[in-house]
Design a protein around this ligand. Structure first.
Ligand code: ZN
Length: 72
């Protein structure tokens, strides 16, 4: 199991972590931040698209997209 060594990830609340773990399973995974950003850019160009953020997942080590601002 990958251990998070990101202090920012550890400061999140437990409930949110559980939610993110579930999100990890369901979400599309990108191998690199560049890939994720490209996908986010594409998605945010769509009409009525919300702002999309990319974040590195502490569970799978890959990158996901989220509509919530990551961190804190
Ligand atoms: Zn993940």
């Amino acid at each position: 199991m990958a251990r998070p060594n990101d202090a920012g990830a550890r400061s999140r609340e437990k409930g949110e972590d559980a939610g993110e773990y579930r999100a990890c399973i369901r979400k599309r995974r990108y191998a690199t931040q560049t890939e994720a950003k490209k996908a986010a850019e594409k998605a945010s160009k769509r009409k009525d698209a919300p702002k999309i953020f990319v974040y590195q997942c502490e569970y799978c080590g890959g990158w996901h997209l989220t509509h919530r601002k990551p961190g804190r």
